[in-house]
Design a protein around this ligand. Structure first.
Ligand code: FAD
Ligand code: NAD
Length: 472
């Protein structure tokens, strides 16, 4: 067993941990990172990146298939397209490999020592590393311990994961063969992003969602176009329904019934596979976190606005600290913690953390919605601009959806942006910047936006809120 001394010890090489380590290395901190699975964490290996690759592949396949079956106003006609699924998966895995080896190279360049293995916490300054066989390979003493252990999928006790029939997003992102029918439990981010992928690839899909509408974290106006699209794609929706157990008898599937009505009759849904996507929880078990006796916030490690835990020199970032469980939040926290440890004055007080749902159409929400702004005590000015009135959207054949702005009525300071439509994820940067820079409606309305772009609809939304949109 090797003994190592380091200034900063990072547990986990996901977006939180690897960014913290890169920044710490840049700042000259002697840094060690322990990763048990693969550098890049959930996001690069089994989350954001592979899911977005499959969303793109499925979208392309559905597009050419529609051309073949229905023809196209663009004058394109095709023979029936075919899908080489093995090649699709290899393409997706190639992107993951490129990105994860890039992370390894970046860490190496900053002289971060990366140790493969599973960390076991001994105390706030001592961690042991075990290899896959369970043998202890390293004992590490550190001045600062950074917990970036991420999260794991929530399992339903009545429908435990078995990795084959009842699966999580991890297996759903690498199926050797596509099922004929998939039941998705949970109509949130993962359930809908992946449910749409499977449907576009020709799988029959049924979504069971406990709430009365899909994507309950977003407001109904934003999710309506997605709901309409799901219906058009032929995805069966069982809203306000919950799973009460596996299908009776020998069939693969689930028994469902209306949520909250225990006396209601159950319905059997049959399928080849069931994807359970009912949320994720901080990973707090299996590495003796309890030995630190940290103050918790529910299942998450409680941190202050500098990502300090209740124990001196023990820090936590990313999904282990709870919602919102998003890669860009983990990265921002990781960068900040490295800077604080190196002596810089930093606090985690963003004006906004953008949320993007890569459904068809996409949804973006940045800052406050009209209802949230009102609940926060603001008198609100809100306006929408439809993509139907945007030339670029027409040339992209994507005119459904809209952009919405929320501003203070008294001084026009922008409080939030939301959008739903094709390609709107790429508008998130403009929305986030306007909030971080404290923009007013007039700032956006008087900025010249390039023509013809979807960005012009941002300007028009601000103009509309001021009462003088030009194209509606
Ligand atoms: P993780 O990425 O989970 O990394 C934690 C790492 O720590 C893991 O690699 C793990 O192996 C390692 N680890 C844990 N314990 C130990 C230990 N004891 N010893 C050694 N190593 C350990 N977010 C977005 O912002 N945009 C998206 O589009 C998006 N899509 C997603 C799609 C899916 C299917 C999923 C599942 C998630 C998605 N997310 C998305 C969420 C995003 O992946 C997470 O928010 C992000 O990965 C959190 O980063 P993290 O560093 O906190 O943890
Ligand atoms: P989620 O919280 O987005 O959605 C879970 C859904 O399941 C909710 O709509 C909830 O009402 C429903 N639900 C809960 N229990 C249920 C039950 N018993 N029966 C039926 N429905 C039930 O969670 P997720 O989709 O598993 O994703 C986990 C997390 O991963 C997200 O919260 C997000 O932080 C992250 N993620 C982000 C992105 C992105 O940024 N584009 C994409 C995927 C995942």
């Amino acid at each position: 067993m090797q003994t190592i001394h380091t200034q900063l010890l990072v547990l986990g090489g996901g977006p939180g941990g690897y960014i913290a380590a890169i920044r710490a290395g840049q700042l000259g901190l002697q840094t060690t990172l322990i990763e048990g699975a693969a550098l890049g964490g959930t996001c690069l290996n089994i989350g954001c990146i592979p899911s977005k690759a499959l969303i793109h592949a499925a979208g392309e396949f559905a597009r050419v298939q529609a051309y073949a079956e229905q023809g196209s106003d663009l004058g394109i006609s095709l023979q029936q397209p075919a899908l080489d699924w093995t090649k699709t998966l290899a393409w997706k895995d190639g992107i993951v490999k490129q990105l994860t080896s890039g992370v390894g190279a970046l860490l190496k360049r900053q002289k971060v020592q990366v140790i493969e293995g599973w960390a076991q916490i001994i105390d706030g300054k001592t961690v042991e590393v075990r290899d896959a066989a369970g043998s202890t390979t390293h004992r590490i003493q550190c001045e600062h311990l950074l917990l970036a252990n991420g999260s794991v999928p929530i399992a339903l006790p009545i429908l435990p994961f078995d990795g084959k029939t009842t699966i999580s997003s991890t297996e759903a992102l690498s199926p050797r063969q596509l099922p004929n029918k998939l039941i998705v439990v949970g109509g949130g981010y993962i359930g809908l992003e992946l449910g749409i992928v499977y449907r576009k690839l020709g799988v029959q899909v049924a979504v069971v969602e406990a709430a009365e509408r899909i994507l309950p974290a977003y407001d109904a106006e934003l999710t309506k176009p997605v709901h309409t699209r799901l219906e058009k794609l032929g995805i069966e929706l069982y809203l306000k329904h919950q799973v009460v157990g596996p299908a009776k008898g020998k069939a693969t599937g689930v028994e469902i019934r209306p949520a909250g009505d225990e006396n209601a009759k159950t319905t059997t849904l049959k399928a080849d596979q069931i994807l359970v996507a009912v949320g994720r929880k901080p990973r707090t078990e299996g590495f003796q976190l309890e030995s630190l006796q940290l103050t918790m916030k529910g299942r998450a490690v409680l941190v202050d606005d500098q990502c300090k835990t209740s124990m001196k020199n023990v820090w936590a970032i990313g999904d282990i600290t709870g919602e919102p469980m998003l890669a860009h939040r983990a990265m921002a926290q990781g960068e900040m913690v490295a800077e604080i440890i190196s002596g810089k004055k930093r606090h985690f007080q963003p004006q906004q953390i953008p949320a993007v749902c890569f459904t068809d159409p996409e949804i973006v929400s940045v800052g406050l919605s009209p209802a949230e702004a009102k609940a926060a005590g603001h008198e609100v000015l809100s306006a929408q601009f439809p993509f139907a009135a945007n030339g670029r959207a027409m040339t992209l054949e994507d005119t459904g959806g809209f952009i919405r702005v929320v501003a203070r009525k008294d001084n026009h300071r922008i409080l939030g942006w939301q959008a739903v439509g094709g390609h709107v994820a790429e508008l998130a940067a403009a929305f986030s910047q306007s909030l971080e820079m404290g923009a007013y409606l007039e700032d956006v309305a008087h900025t010249i936006h390039a023509h013809p772009t979807l960005g012009e609809a941002i300007q028009e939304t601000a103009l509309r809120a001021l009462g003088h949109a030009l194209h509606v």
